[in-house]
Design a protein around this ligand. Structure first.
Ligand code: XUL
Ligand code: CO
Length: 442
């Protein structure tokens, strides 16, 4: 591949300069080369860049058009522009020290007038991406299909009342899975898109859920037929764009997957602000997935506590991320998953360097949280507290409860003859919050 000119001539590879640095274009906590437990931080963190926000985001909102103009966006929505944009993207991935990227089919290649034309465009850009991956060593964390932007999906994709749209969606996902396989993607994501409803007055909820399950079974079967070994991930979100999304949160996702016999094939891609929108904390969603061995990957971002929609901001909330990291590390990590920055620049953040600065903040916050969480787990104070809190179930009648040996009658007898009234123990929440503050701030 010919060496093309730099798209970011003013910015070199972001260096780790440590906490003493005041350079806005340097890492202070994420040192990609630092080895911890035999693995580099780059390998531990498995950061990914979201193509749609970072390379297709324009800053547009419902009140006005885009504000962000990139030098490589000239030549209309053509395959050649798509390739040039991709060259810029891979230069960025390298300079920001991210080992992975993620895409939707329609982010990377223009949609054609027919499906055949769209497939042709996609194949051309995928071939280009394959070369760039080879040249840079950057890998694909996951691929997915955009089944929500085009008007044909206005009433959903696989949950659309029209079988024609279901068929179209199946055809589109087939190509997106082919592209993900071709690029060695480690996962394939299903985010709900418009799989939900606006009003039950025009909706057969049961039939739509059955159709969604049928669609996911078809995806599982197709993956087997092409030899795609990546992990399938469901990304829950409670609302937006539809008023009610079927993949509401992790708990309802688990129930859905089990109802339809899909639980063996799927894990969860948990997005920080989707958890918030569902009325949960980020680490609640992680714990629920981990409790069933279904923690897959993370879409790293944050919302705004005053706004009830998906603002997709970069997160520097080290406290929240530390709590998340504790749950992730305790669960044994993310396996084939990673931390994908599903986050976008604010509308007035129009400088090229803002794209770097935003990711530097997000990466530093996660790296710092990772280190604090490791220390917390190594010292084991919270673990010990929780273990003690449940220790009455470790032996005797508590153990009999857990193993199924006790029943209502045996426990009634025990309380009447021996145990009497329980002794109350403090939950010590304030003590634990203070302890967390010590780890965070000394
Ligand atoms: C939407 C969202 C998506 C998915 C991929 O809220 O998070 O970008 O991550 O389709
Ligand atoms: Co997401």
């Amino acid at each position: 591949m010919a060496k093309s000119k730099s798209h970011f001539p003013e910015i070199s590879t972001i260096a780790y300069e440590g906490t003493g640095s005041t350079n806005a274009l340097a890492f202070r906590h994420y040192n990609p080369a630092e080895v911890i437990d035999g693995k580099t931080m780059k390998e531990h963190m498995r950061f990914g860049i979201a193509y749609w926000h970072s390379f297709r985001g324009t800053g547009g909102d419902p009140f006005g058009p885009g504000t962000i103009q990139r030098p490589w966006e000239k030549g209309g929505d053509s395959v050649s522009t798509a390739k040039r944009r991709m060259d810029a993207a891979f230069e960025f991935f390298q300079k920001i020290e991210a080992p992975f990227w993620c895409f939707h089919d329609r982010d990377i290649a223009p949609e054609g007038r027919t499906l055949a034309e769209s497939n042709k465009n996609l194949a051309a850009v995928v071939a280009h991406a394959k070369q760039l991956q080879k040249a840079t060593g950057v890998k694909l964390l996951w691929g997915t299909a955009n089944l929500f932007s085009n008007p044909r999906f206005m009433c959903g994709a696989s949950t659309n009342p029209d079988a024609h749209v279901f068929a179209y969606s199946a055809a589109q996902v087939k190509s997106a899975m082919d592209a993900t396989l071709e690029l060695g993607g480690e996962n394939y994501v299903f985010w709900g898109g418009r799989e939900g409803y606006e009003t039950l007055l025009n909706t057969n909820l049961k039939r739509e859920q059955d159709h969604l399950a049928r669609f996911l079974h078809m995806a599982v079967d197709y993956a087997k037929s092409i030899g795609f070994k990546g992990q399938f991930l469901i990304e829950p979100k409670p609302k937006e764009p539809t008023k009610h999304q079927y993949d509401f949160d992790v708990a309802s996702g688990i129930a859905f997957l089990r109802t339809y016999g899909l639980e063996k094939y799927f894990k969860f891609n948990i997005e920080t602000n989707h958890a918030t929108l569902a009325g949960h904390t980020f680490n609640h969603e992680i714990e629920v997935a981990a409790s069933q061995g279904m923690l897959g990957s993370i879409d790293a971002n944050s919302g705004d506590e005053l706004l009830g929609w998906d603002t997709d901001q970069f997160s520097t909330d080290v406290r929240q991320l530390t709590l998340a990291m504790i749950s992730i590390l305790r669960a044994g990590g993310l396996g084939s998953g990673g931390f994908n920055f599903d986050a976008k620049l604010r509308r007035p953040s129009i400088d090229l360097e803002d794209l770097f600065i935003a990711h530097i903040g997000g990466m530093d916050a996660y790296a710092l949280a990772f280190k604090i969480a490791r220390r917390i787990l190594a010292e084991g104070k919270f673990e010990q507290f929780v273990a003690d809190r449940y220790s009455s179930f470790d032996t005797g009648y508590g153990q009999d409860i857990e193993t199924g040996k006790a029943n209502f009658k045996s426990l009634e007898k025990l309380v009447l003859t021996k145990l009497g009234e329980p002794t109350l123990r403090s939950g010590k929440q304030e003590y634990l919050e203070n302890l967390l503050m010590q780890y965070l701030h000394g």
